[in-house]
Design a protein around this ligand. Structure first.
Ligand code: NIG
Ligand code: FE
Length: 438
């Protein structure tokens, strides 16, 4: 089985040629500290004009005037950016990218007045995707996920976190994680795996309190050790929510995950305020995600630590809910804020991370620069990778996205449109169009 992600050389950079990215109207470097950006740090995306970028062996080598780079890198091939905006490849730090069928039926039920949690109580929602995934072959799931994740890449995303969590049995969770591992090895984008065996209490364990405890014991005693031992995930996550996992249950599961060597994430305070943010902060989780219902105490708890607040405004929009995560208060309190799609079949089936930047501006009141930082540097921080990706800075991976726009503010402005014309991962072309996938 695969080895730990950390120990691997960057396969994306192997054989990458020396390149100069020339003729960009703007190079949005996001340069600065290699960690989650806080407060006023989020406001500066360091957009430069009149510069080119050189890449050697898949790594950013220099940023400077084109003539200087041409003199230094005489054998480089030039990539003509045609007056577009060159940015770090976007980092989508929260997706549930491996699933079977779509759940468009539920969207209509919600339009007719049924709530997301009510649909789940009736056996739909996550339970519907679980029944479905259990019947799908590994090969089918791989092929579905490959095509879907390349759709995400087509919008400028070069790193994608992918969670398990529609298996909810040892065999089906391992099946999902093997699919994610194969995506990680075979796709041109970077894939980061998260184990989410505690995405729901499976229906067959919802029969009594004893059965419920028995499932949590399976997660803790069977699933987590096997997942960690086989290097199948970098993170563990739990859906901590009224009616799903309690704060105490989430703590038990995440503590076991940490003991096994996994990093931590938490679906926290998505629909109700249940102390999820406080739990994530107390465990020094890498990220606390959703937070549309975070309490004042939750904001204060996150402000004291380094947990990234990953906000998913597409979810609230798609569910037709009016709650919004208090992004401005989080930023004012010094919490690093990331934006992600939450790509999943139930609550956010969009592959379009630039659209989430639009929602970051129009729904969460971020500036365009803050929304860009939230989906690059801070997305990287939400994956514990802010020392490698998310910036156009010498020494960082040459993960780049080129947008056919005039200014970084145009990326969230042309909402829903796909202005991404090329992406590179470790200096290699990876855009879905280059690969004939869209
Ligand atoms: O992040 N909230 C839990 N998980 C997903 C939804 C999963 C689903 O409905 O299939 C989310 O929104
Ligand atoms: Fe999610």
């Amino acid at each position: 089985m695969s080895v730990n992600v950390e120990a691997e050389p960057d396969r994306h950079a192997a054989d990458a040629e020396t390149l100069i990215f020339a003729n960009a109207r703007q190079v949005v470097t996001c340069a600065g500290p290699a960690r989650g950006r806080r407060g006023p740090e989020m406001a500066d995306a360091a957009a430069l004009s009149g510069v080119a970028v050189s890449v050697v062996q898949g790594v950013i080598a220099a940023i400077g005037p084109i003539d200087e780079l041409r003199t230094t890198y005489r054998d480089a091939r030039e990539v003509d950016c045609r007056g577009g905006v060159l940015m770090p490849g976007l980092v989508d730090s929260h997706t549930h990218g491996v699933f079977g069928r779509a759940r468009s039926d539920e969207q209509e039920l919600r339009a007719a007045g049924l709530d997301y949690m009510e649909i789940a109580r009736r056996g739909g929602g996550i339970h519907a995707s679980v029944r479905d995934l259990r019947e799908q072959s590994e090969e089918t799931l791989f092929e579905l996920a490959r095509r879907r994740l390349m759709r995400l890449a087509a919008f400028g995303t070069t790193t994608i976190e992918v969670k398990s969590g529609y298996g909810l049995s040892l065999d089906d969770e391992l099946k999902t994680l093997r699919v994610i591992d194969r995506l990680r090895r075979e796709l041109p984008v970077r894939i980061v795996a998260t184990f989410l065996g505690a995405h729901e209490i499976p229906v067959e364990y919802r029969t009594s309190a004893t059965a419920r405890t028995a499932y949590i014991e399976i997660v803790v005693n069977d699933m987590i050790p096997i997942v960690a031992r086989n290097g199948l995930a970098r993170f563990a996550d739990v859906f901590c929510e009224t009616g799903v996992y309690t704060v105490d249950e989430s703590r038990t599961i995440l503590n076991a995950a940490r003991r096994a060597g996994l990093l931590l994430k938490l679906h926290a305070d998505e629909l109700t305020s249940s102390g999820g943010a406080e739990l994530a902060a107390s465990l020094a989780a890498t990220s606390a995600d959703h937070l549309a219902a975070i309490s004042d105490a939750g904001i204060a708890a996150l402000a004291r630590g380094s947990t990234v607040a990953t906000l998913l405004p597409g979810t609230m929009l798609f569910l037709g809910k009016s709650a919004r995560a208090p992004a401005r208060r989080l930023i004012a309190s010094g919490v690093p804020v990331a934006l992600a799609t939450d790509f999943n079949p139930g609550t956010s089936p969009t592959p379009n991370l630039p659209l989430i930047l639009t929602l970051g501006v129009s729904q969460l009141h971020l500036s365009a620069a803050e929304s860009v930082i939230a989906a690059t540097v801070n997305g990287a921080a939400a994956l514990g990778m802010a020392d490698r990706i998310g910036q156009i800075t010498p020494g960082f991976a040459a993960d780049l996205a080129l947008f056919d726009v005039d200014d970084l503010r145009d990326v969230p402005y042309w909402y829903g449109d796909n202005r991404c014309v090329a992406t590179f991962v470790g200096g290699k072309p990876c855009h879905a169009r280059d690969l004939g996938l869209c």
